[in-house]
Design a protein around this ligand. Structure first.
Ligand code: GLU
Length: 473
């Protein structure tokens, strides 16, 4: 690639940063980093009624969380209004744009007529050639582009291939509304030009806008950038992704305990591939990312796959990092700040815990067994498997455990195995009552590991407390 690559992510802060937007940002980021170019951020906040500070912050936070760092200061589109209007005036003075005084009623009738005659409802050019001397005084006009109505506009799209449209399908679009505000069409073309964007990578729902942007570029004699339109993300049912399919906002995934590495990896693979690699970190993605490997058809969002990748990234994360990540979740969940002794136990248990969890929330929940104080809350389901004989078995095991001097996982396993052998019962019959007594649930990592990590005093304290409470049940 000759020139230095400049890409941009241009979200409208009218809603939260969602996964479609995050994937667009990721592809722009990777493409620019791959070519050692620049990745810019532009906040398209011209819709003042719908744009919010919260949504703008959610965009910054979401991108930062994903590690998609941008270059330079973010551009606020609304602050560039003066420049957009200046370009509109330039187009008028070059006879490439004109003032339109049609009223909304006239435009409505025009649209209806066009549609009933089989057209697409576009503007019919009524004011295109009206001399300025005939312009009505005291009326605020809109400004329209003198669109080239002949021939075709084509895009050599880096993902979609060659796409073209007959210029008859493109009407004289509004560049500036009669209230003096620039339209999205004008603002995007001017900003992309001024920001020296070389590659516009965005969702393919913008493909029809691109034909119009190209006309603006051409009217100004500006170099048209490369375009790459990414197919949209669909839900698991093949329909356009919507709230119905579950969480959409990036913050939802964060709250659900998804790691940013997993989400990046998942979004990357959603529509892009490199050989048959599934697990790809950001560094590898930068090395390998090429637009030609982006698929042309929509991809389907699959939560199970995301969870699967998340489980991978959790199990390969460092234990102390995981402890740091789950501490606030645990504190929240428990309603108190876990003390240092609990943190130490969780850290000891982390090797076992991290291979079982699909999300950080699950990891925190599993780790919470190290944080409880007696009495341990026993789940309903766990209580149903208890009867007098299991309580007796727990009593027996407890006495054996009490005699262990070297409280290690190996010794504990040996002790439990000896109870199994001596009493000719299944392993579960011995392990399950201990599990219930010390965790309150029917599921946990290997019970001897849990006992070892909990330590002798806490383990026996929990068993004794349990036996006191359920002795006669
Ligand atoms: N602001 C537009 C959006 O959020 C994107 C415009 C663009 O990428 O050109 O859909």
């Amino acid at each position: 690639m000759q020139e230095s690559v400049v890409t941009r992510f241009a979200p409208s802060p009218t809603g939260l940063l969602h996964i479609g937007g995050a994937r667009t940002a990721l592809f722009n980021y990777l493409f620019s980093r791959h070519y050692q170019g620049k990745f810019l951020l532009r906040i398209e906040n011209t819709d003042l009624k719908r744009s919010t500070k919260e949504a703008t912050n959610a965009i910054y936070e979401g991108l930062n969380w994903l590690g998609l760092t941008w270059d330079d200061e973010p551009v606020s589109q609304v602050s560039r209004k003066g420049r957009h209007l200046e370009v509109a005036e330039l187009l008028i003075s070059n006879d490439m744009a004109y003032k339109c005084f049609c009223t909304p009623e006239e435009l409505k009738i025009m649209r209806e007529k066009s549609i009933s005659a089989g057209g697409f409802g576009g503007y019919n050019g009524k004011c295109r050639n009206v001399d300025a001397s005939k312009h009505p005084p005291n009326l605020s006009p809109s400004i329209r582009l003198k669109t080239n109505n002949e021939g075709k506009t084509s895009i050599k799209d880096l993902i979609q291939g060659n796409v073209e449209v007959s210029n008859k399908e493109i009407d004289d679009m509004v560049l500036v509304r009669s209230d003096g505000t620039p339209t999205y069409m004008l603002a995007v073309a001017v900003d992309d030009h001024d920001m020296k964007i070389t590659h516009v990578i965005r969702g393919d729902d913008h493909l029809t806008n691109t034909f119009r942007h190209i006309q603006i570029y051409q009217a100004l004699g500006w170099k048209v950038p490369y375009f790459a339109h990414i197919p949209l993300i669909h839900g698991s049912d093949g329909k356009k992704l919507s709230k119905r399919h579950g969480a959409l906002g990036i913050h939802n995934y964060k709250e659900d305990g998804i790691l940013p590495q997993a989400l990046n990896n998942y979004l990357l693979r959603l529509g892009w591939s490199h050989k048959n690699h599934e697990i790809i970190n950001l560094k590898e993605a930068i090395n390998w990312f090429e637009l030609k490997n982006v698929g042309k058809s929509p991809s389907r969002f699959d939560m199970d796959k995301l969870n699967h990748l998340n489980a991978h990234y959790i199990s390969s994360s460092k234990n102390d990092k995981l402890l740091e990540l789950i501490t606030p979740i645990l504190n929240d969940f428990l309603g108190f700040n876990i003390p240092i002794e609990v943190k130490k136990k969780v850290l000891l248990a982390m090797d076992n815990l991290k291979v079982r969890a699909k999300t950080l929330n699950e990891l925190a929940e599993d780790a919470s067994i190290y944080a409880y104080n007696v009495p341990i809350r026993i789940e309903e389901k766990a209580l149903t498997v208890l009867d007098q004989s299991t309580i007796n078995m727990l009593n027996l095991t407890r006495n054996l455990l009490d005699r262990i001097t070297d409280w290690t996982s190996e010794e504990l396993e040996a002790a439990i195995t000896s109870v199994v052998n001596e009493n000719k019962v299944g392993f579960k019959e011995v392990a399950q009552p201990i599990r219930i007594a010390i965790t309150g649930s029917l599921k946990s990592p290997s019970i001897h590991e849990v006992l070892a990590n909990l330590g002798r005093d806490t383990s026996l304290e929990r068993i004794d407390d349990f036996l006191r409470r359920y002795k006669t049940s």
